[in-house]
Design a protein around this ligand. Sequence first.
Ligand code: ADP
Ligand code: MG
Length: 269
Amino acid sequence: MTATAGQQSTVNICEAQEAGQHHLVSARGLRKTFHENKVLDNVDFDVDSGEVVTIIGRSGSGKSTLLRVIAGLTEPEDGDVCLDGRLVRSKGQRTDDWNAGASLVGMVFQSYTLWPHMNVYDNLTLAPRKVLHMSKSEASDRAAIALKEVGMEEFIKANVSQLSGGQRQRVAIARALMMRPRLILCDEITSALDPPVAAEVLGVLTRLKHEEGLAICLVTHDMAFAAKAADRVVFFSEGLIKVNASPHEAFEECGNAELKSFVDAVRFG
Ligand SMILES: Nc1ncnc2c1ncn2[C@@H]1O[C@H](COP(=O)(O)OP(=O)(O)O)[C@@H](O)[C@H]1O
Ligand SMILES: [Mg+2]
């Protein structure tokens, strides 16, 4: 995408929002290169409010980088990002609206990024209190609500080191909920869990979608979840979105040979 075209698409994204076509996330022309490796090669990506999008694809295809760019953990070389009608990134650069927009997005990772030597309450409240100067009572209220939403309210005083893997991931989701995001980005959050535990964690996400209207973008190798619970499946390959379709279209009707061979490889090893 040229700079001029990028500019045009920016205007179009935000105009579309004003016209009532609400994409929660609109990304256009994202580019990211690591050592001449085009990891995001002019990617356009949208997420609607309350939508569950699963992102699938081979290891190294750029899935994590896409999530990290949206969350602001990786800086792209180019691209525009609109979050809930706010242009937060233009031609790769953060705009003045970055902080307001970015607070709409939470992220959860595969490996537990909780502090193991602290209890659940401190894990949830420390950053909001120290970094955002949230009051103690506000942080406590939010922690109680967030833990309830993931079914972990009884564990508020528990030490993280005493929790199982599935419980830790539910606490990690609760931590992301502390900032009251509209979108949660999940990067292989169930990969290290046994299937029944993984199903429980994914069940928490599905409930958050239905009860709270949260949008969820989930990188996963769990094809059953992608087929059942997702509104949309995005297949990533070599820095490009090759398929962007409903689960039924993606898994039953898609003529994309690369996707088919990927799904067979994941299903049958
Ligand atoms: N910080 C980084 N430095 C250098 N290369 C990176 C970095 N992050 C990712 N890459 C490379 O970018 C490619 C895509 O990575 P990633 O987005 O993590 O893929 P996926 O999540 O689909 O496995 C890989 O080749 C990876 O090695
Ligand atoms: Mg990854």
